[in-house]
Design a protein around this ligand. Structure first.
Ligand code: SF4
Ligand code: MG
Length: 329
């Protein structure tokens, strides 16, 4: 994706001009075949919007999306249809995303007739049973309705539906955040094994880092519509460069409960995106902000060949951290 932006217009009234929210601002990124890329950020960071732009579920206000070398951002809905088969989404809320009046069989089979994959009803039934088994549900459940299932089971139904058209790319929009913690790991494990089994490329949108640590190859950290850091999952967790990434990691739930955090690393709330801070967007919450930060927007720069960071001071801050770690002579 190159230079993707998305502006949402707010409601307009007689007395107020429609407000404009820049949800995604000039984002460029590349997703590699077979990888899992996590897009992480607080709510309102633009992460879900970016995911939808990449899949063309939303059209960008500016910028282009390329899929296997082809620019797909100007395709009509009809031209887009064969690609829809390949680009599938799993929604956050398994309760809201399944039609309550459809049986599991109808829900999972829908993409099969929609894309004319299996025109024969009997073939579809057989395929639905196979898909249910694939996601760890008994094939005999196919005549039940969504309300007869638990949250984790419903998410499995959503996954079966997404897999029906044999996609190459699967976007999970916070695929486990609505589920009980006890069920989250099961669904994460399922997604991982499906990825291996079908050679999928995955994009996982998440607000928590815990979920994505074990299932992603690279992580893009978003803040107010922009990517502020992009790196391998190990670099993000072990050596984060951007102060926002550092704060996110430090404020992630601790593994040993009971241990208190020394300081609040992420003070205040995210500013309103309709009233964007000048310069570095993170400066209102950054402990390292200086005058340059308040005035000049830091570019997303390449660090080595596989990571990117948008911070004026990352080299300086990295030096001072290293200095602390080196024992005095
Ligand atoms: Fe903080 Fe400045 Fe870096 Fe922004 S550019 S993250 S304000 S140090
Ligand atoms: Mg969201």
């Amino acid at each position: 994706a190159v230079g993707l932006s998305k502006v949402f217009k707010g409601p307009r009234s007689l007395f107020h001009k429609a407000s404009e929210v820049l949800a995604v601002d000039r984002v460029s990124l590349r997703i590699f075949h077979g990888e899992t890329l996590a897009i992480v950020g607080e709510s309102g960071s633009g992460k879900s919007t970016l995911g939808r732009l990449l899949l063309q579920l939303l059209r960008a206000s500016e910028g282009d999306v390329f899929y296997q070398g082809e620019n797909i951002s100007r395709l009509s809905n009809a031209q887009m249809k064969p690609l829809r088969r390949e680009l599938q989404i799993i929604f956050q809320d398994p309760f809201a995303s399944l039609n309550p009046r459809m049986t599991v069989e109808q829900i999972v089979a829908e993409p099969l007739w929609l894309h004319n994959i299996l025109p024969n009803a009997q073939d579809r039934q057989a395929r639905v049973k196979e898909l249910l088994t694939t996601v760890g549900l008994p094939a005999a459940f196919s005549h039940r309705y969504p309300h007869e299932f638990s949250g984790g089971q419903r998410q499995r139904i959503g996954i079966a539906r997404a897999l029906a058209s044999q996609p190459t790319l699967l976007l999970g929009d916070e695929p486990v955040s609505a589920l009980d913690v006890s069920v989250q790991a099961q669904v994460v494990n399922l997604l991982e094994s499906l990825k291996q089994q079908f050679g999928l490329t995955m994009i996982i949108v998440a607000h928590g880092l815990a979920v994505i640590r074990h299932m992603s190859d690279r992580v893009a950290v978003m803040y107010l519509g922009q990517i502020v850091e992009l790196a391998s999952v190990d670099d993000i967790f072990d050596a984060p460069l951007h102060p926002y990434t550092q704060a996110l990691i430090a404020s992630a739930p601790l593994l040993s409960p009971g241990v208190k955090r020394p300081v609040d690393l992420l003070p205040g709330d995210m500013p309103n995106p309709s009233n964007m801070p000048s310069g570095c967007r993170f400066h209102t919450r950054c402990a390292h902000a200086n005058e340059q930060c308040r005035q000049v927007e830091p570019p997303l720069e390449n660090v080595g060949d596989s990571r990117q960071v948008a911070c004026h001071r990352w080299t300086e801050l990295q030096r001072s951290r290293t200095a602390v770690l080196v024992p005095p002579p």
